[in-house]
Design a binder for this molecule. Structure first.
Ligand code: ADP
Length: 472
């Protein structure tokens, strides 16, 4: 069942309930009002008639004309009859045209007991409201007065009202149903359009397409805006993924081509001098190692993309920094770069919530770059400090620096500044470093001055230092 149909049905059903309740209320109120009027009029007429009779010497007589309003205006629907104590009619209004008003034995008995009776009777196919009351003179019952009121006009009026209410309710429901159907079509059309456009985008696999945003600031325009924003993110993710795959294949192709070339060369020239053979095999080993680094980097980033999180625990920071420093010393040994460690401004027992191996990997990436992109006889400083509620680990070098236009991109995957391409590298190091930093709720920032050097700063949130244990 379509939403449009359901909306219309609900709308019409609610309106139907409201209209029926309203009609019922109007009818009931009018019905009560009319009947109250009728009852009041027959009672007052009976009262007037009873006042007009005479009772003398045990004989009840009625004047030829009873002075009541009907005698002037001759309401044709009112009938009056005065009866003697024996129930014999002694006076009838002209409207009765000589016939009697009905008087049942029950009503007579009740009136005889002193109580008036108000009832609706059917007389000659007409419903008549009938009031029968005793006439008392000095507390003695001397006769009865009966007043009837023909209800035909009221019945007709009520019947017409019923008809009118029915017709108007039916008309209102038809109009509301039809109007609701058209309105809901107009209201739901934009949703249909959004659905069709979204389907078309899906079928054409065109993530660059956007839905036109309606100018109205309503739910539909919010839906379209949200949908377009989602497409923005999907497109960005899709492009990033495509670029990642393309870059990865490109980066892997270079070492593979070199390995293939060298192996083919070795196969072609079995009698190759030992020196050449060693050189070719050395190339193969270097490229294989580069590929291994690349694949490891790709694997780390793929795991990060898949939402893998690090296992962190309370760890003392200083041993991690010192261990990374020793690794860096080993890396720098073949070069003439010197490395300096400064940890005296690090709070004693400084602790962080960390995965020690991964945190060390992050610092090693920074230290490796600081060595790799340094100048001859350059210096690398590894400084750890505590400032307020955070610990900072800063790696500074005196190398070639990073050009301002490269600076915003160095953390991107596979990004290598043109100047760095001569150096061995994968372009994945800083992307991995940024992921590790984010897993530690840490910030990583870079400042660099070309030909002066670069500074990478990792800011980690501090934990309370471990309590000092006194050893006796
Ligand atoms: P890789 O070092 O393998 O190229 P990274 O992701 O570690 O990849 O670094 C990305 C780029 O950032 C490098 O290619 C280089 O251009 C630049 N870079 C990183 N660290 C430094 C540094 N300490 N000095 C100068 N340039 C740097």
């Amino acid at each position: 069942m379509s939403l449009r149909f359901r909306l219309t049905v609900w709308f019409t059903a609610i309106l139907a309930v409201a209209l029926v309740l309203f009609a019922f209320l109007v009818y009931a109120l009018l019905y009560r009002e009319l009947y109250t009027d009728v009852d009041a009029s027959v009672q007052s007429k009976a009262h007037d008639a009873a006042l007009s009779v005479r009772y003398e010497k045990g004989v009840l007589t009625a004047p030829t004309r009873i002075r009541v309003p009907e005698s002037q205006f001759r309401a044709p629907t009112l009938y009056t009859e005065i009866r003697s104590i024996g129930g014999v009619a002694i006076w009838r209004s002209d409207t009765l045209q000589g016939s009697d008003l009905p008087l049942s034995s029950e009503s007579l008995a009740t009136a005889r007991g002193g109580d008036p009776v108000l009832e609706t009777v059917i007389q000659a196919g007409q419903s008549v409201r009938l009031y029968t009351a005793p006439i008392l003179v000095n507390g003695n019952l001397v006769g009865y007065v009966q007043v009837g009121r023909n209800l035909a006009d009221i019945d007709v009026a009520l019947q017409q009202l019923r008809l009118w209410l029915l017709v108007s309710i039916a008309f209102a429901l038809a109009a509301a149903g039809g109007g609701g159907w058209l309105l809901s079509q107009a209201a739901l059309r934009p949703i249909d359009q959004v659905g069709n456009a979204a389907r078309a985008i899906g079928l054409a696999q065109r993530l660059d397409r956007r839905l036109p945003t309606p100018k109205t600031a309503d739910e539909i325009s919010r839906l379209v805006t949200t949908f377009n924003e989602m497409l923005d993110r999907l497109e960005a993710a899709f492009i990033a993924q495509q670029r990642f795959v393309a870059d990865a294949s490109h980066e892997l192709r270079t070492p593979l081509t070199t390995i293939q070339g060298n192996v083919e060369f070795l196969l072609r020239e079995p009698a190759m001098p030992v020196g050449d053979r060693i050189e070719a095999l050395g190339d193969v080993a270097d490229e294989a190692a580069r590929m291994a680094r690349l694949v490891n980097g790709l694997l780390a980033l793929a795991r990060a993309d898949a939402g893998r999180h690090l296992d962190r625990s309370m760890t003392e920071l200083r041993p991690i920094v010192e261990s990374c420093y020793h690794q860096a010393l080993a890396l720098a040994r073949p070069t003439n770069i010197s490395i300096e460690l400064v940890v005296n401004r690090l709070e004693p027992g400084a602790r962080v919530l960390a995965d020690p191996d991964r945190l060390c990997e992050l610092l090693t990436i920074l230290l490796e770059n600081a060595i790799k992109y340094n100048r001859q006889n350059g210096l690398v400083r590894l400084v750890a400090t505590t400032e307020g509620r955070s610990h900072r680990v800063v790696v500074t070098d005196t190398g070639r620096g990073i050009a301002p236009e490269d600076l915003p991109h160095v953390f991107e995957r596979f990004y290598r500044s043109p100047a760095a391409r001569s150096e061995d590298g994968t372009g994945l190091g800083l992307a991995i470093a940024r992921w590790i930093a984010s897993e530690h709720n840490a910030r990583i920032a870079v400042e660099s001055v070309p030909d002066v050097g670069s500074t990478f700063t990792v800011t980690l949130p501090a934990l309370q230092p471990a309590p000092l244990i006194a050893v006796s």
